[in-house]
Design a protein around this ligand. Structure first.
Ligand SMILES: N[C@@H](CCC(=O)N[C@@H](CS)C(=O)NCC(=O)O)C(=O)O
Length: 201
């Protein structure tokens, strides 16, 4: 398998954490891809022009982190990261959806900062930030329902909180969310999370 990635992408991190958790990281060829470079050939694998994109051993290409993680989950016989059925399945997928939403807004905020200052849209920036804050508040109130184990939802949450700390260190999300902070402290200590800690270039 080959994975097209950029080093700080939290969506890519969802995939690499998953690969570590299911024990398949060793066999993956990592292809660093600068999606902002107009000369990038990412479109030959993902016409949308985004990473992650996974090239499977049979040549099929999968895109969208949630879909890639679901595909990877089909490749192993261990405990599934996407529970097959019942409330556990919907809890994991709902949490993944919430955290992918946080990540869409967080990545959008970063992209906005790359525009010339006079072209940045403050209203959109505030709306995205407020959406992230509200979702973190909801998760603080639901922390009792959070699994300690890795699944599609908790991996997405770990990556969303890690990305928040990387990109918005001054916003101190932990301040008024002590339960979520305690959950993250433990989850971030997993070998899969430690092995994939992002660093700014
Ligand atoms: N929904 C996608 C989002 C992927 C995404 O936004 N990737 C960013 C990097 S963090 C990207 O490649 N952006 C390129 C662009 O927007 O042009 C997923 O879950 O994989």
């Amino acid at each position: 398998m080959k994975l097209r990635y950029s080093p700080t992408s939290p969506f890519v991190r969802k995939v690499t954490v998953t690969l570590h958790e299911i024990g398949l990281i060793e066999g993956v060829e990592m292809i660093v891809t600068n999606v902002s470079d107009p000369a990038s050939d990412i479109a030959k694998d993902n016409p949308v022009g985004k990473v992650p994109a996974l090239i499977a051993d049979d040549g099929a290409v999968y895109m969208e982190s949630a879909m890639i993680c679901e595909y990877l989950d089909s490749l192993h016989d261990g405990p599934k990261l996407i529970p097959a059925e019942g409330p556990a399945r919907w809890r994991a997928l709902r949490l993944q959806a919430l955290c992918d939403g946080i990540l869409d807004s967080a990545v959008g905020r970063i992209q906005e900062t790359k525009r010339p200052e006079e072209k940045q849209w403050d209203g959109l920036h505030k709306r995205r930030r407020t959406g992230i804050e509200r979702t973190l508040d909801l998760l603080e109130s639901e922390v009792g329902d959070l699994d300690d184990e890795a699944n599609a939802g908790t991996i997405a949450l770990g990556c969303a909180l890690g990305y928040h700390e990387l990109r918005f260190p001054d916003e101190a999300w932990r301040g008024n969310r002590p339960k979520l902070a305690a959950w993250y402290e433990k989850f971030a200590a997993r070998p899969s999370m430690r092995a994939t800690e992002p660093k700014l270039p």
